[in-house]
Design a protein around this ligand. Structure first.
Ligand code: NAP
Length: 280
């Protein structure tokens, strides 16, 4: 039976530490970390994420502002808001909730955010820094995975790490962070040949595909650590991961559940990045 990597517990621990550091920053330097979140349109999932981010800020003692813009907002209006937040001293982090409505250019907006306030680490400047291994802001979900590994005493050094998924927000930066932690990393995707055989090589398998229950026992080496980044909605509304938990859990040495694994860490690492920006 695998050790359960409890993202809820670890996230609560990290948030408590951020809360303490925030109180000290306020007392010692008079700085309160400030996060601005911009959401355009009415996408229900995005609305939930934004609410959770604002609540998390409040819990650790941050200042936060949420800008809810109508779906018909123009590129000029959105850019003007980002420009004003870039020079607002009370705001240390700016986050534009994605996806944006189709008529808006995501790249244009993300490029406009001051890299010093880019707490999602999506700006090419910060992406480049991640590549070099000289980073201030870490992409939140991969950073959350690294924190889960660290606090579970799982060291990627010298281990065979396989990441399934090569998106810019999860797969690629995940692979890079594992590499910087001295793992030997393979990245897989939809064109990978004999995916199951590649995955069976992994000491640490990170799955970020977006397909419910995709990874079964046949893709996992006995004793491997399995990290499930996937978040999929079943027809009954329940959240489920990319890993078939009931099949894989008996053979893995450690595994993250969904929900309650990687998910809670993502916002926690956003808080960490915002604190870092404020403390600069
Ligand atoms: P994405 O942009 O859709 O990328 C999915 C990746 O999976 C792609 O690289 C794709 O390969 C690969 N893939 C798809 N089907 C595959 C298959 N049959 N075999 C091998 N590879 C396959 O998704 P994402 O944004 O990275 O998100 C991945 C999952 O993580 C989603 O479930 C998402 O909801 C979840 N997520 C969770 C959090 C969190 O906080 N826990 C945060 C972000 C995302 P190609 O490149 O070849 O198409």
């Amino acid at each position: 039976m695998a050790m359960l990597i409890d993202g809820k517990r670890i996230s609560a621990l990290v948030r408590e530490e951020i809360k303490e550091k925030t109180a000290a920053l306020k007392t010692e330097k008079g700085i309160v970390p400030g996060l601005a979140v911009i959401i355009v349109g009415e996408d229900p999932a995005s609305q939930v994420y934004v609410r959770n981010k604002a609540r998390a800020c409040e819990e650790v003692g941050f200042y936060s502002e949420v800008y809810r813009l109508p779906a018909e907002t123009t590129q000029e209006e959105l850019n003007a808001l980002v420009d004003s937040l870039n020079v607002n001293d009370a705001i240390h982090g700016i986050l534009v909730q994605l996806p944006l409505p189709k008529h808006l250019d995501e790249t244009d907006v993300l490029l406009r955010i001051n890299p010093d306030k880019d707490v999602d680490a999506f700006h090419p400047y910060n992406v480049g820094n991640i590549m070099i291994g000289d980073y201030r802001f870490l992409p939140c979900t991969p950073a959350g995975v690294m924190e889960l590994l660290k606090r579970s005493n799982i060291d990627p050094a010298g281990k065979k790490c396989v990441v399934i998924g090569r998106s810019n927000i999860v797969g690629k930066p995940m692979a890079m962070l594992l590499l910087h932690a001295n793992g030997t990393v393979t990245i897989c995707h939809s064109r990978t040949k004999d995916l199951a055989a590649v995955c069976r090589e992994a000491d640490i398998l990170v799955v970020a595909i977006g397909r419910a229950d995709f990874v079964g026992a046949d893709m996992v080496k006995p004793g491997a650590v399995v990290i499930d980044v996937g978040m999929n909605r079943r027809e009954d509304g329940k959240l489920t991961g990319d890993v078939n938990f009931s099949e894989v859990e008996p053979i893995a040495s450690a595994i993250t559940p969904v929900p309650g694994g990687v998910g809670p860490m993502t916002i926690t690492m956003l808080l960490q990045n915002t604190f870092t920006a404020a403390n600069k």
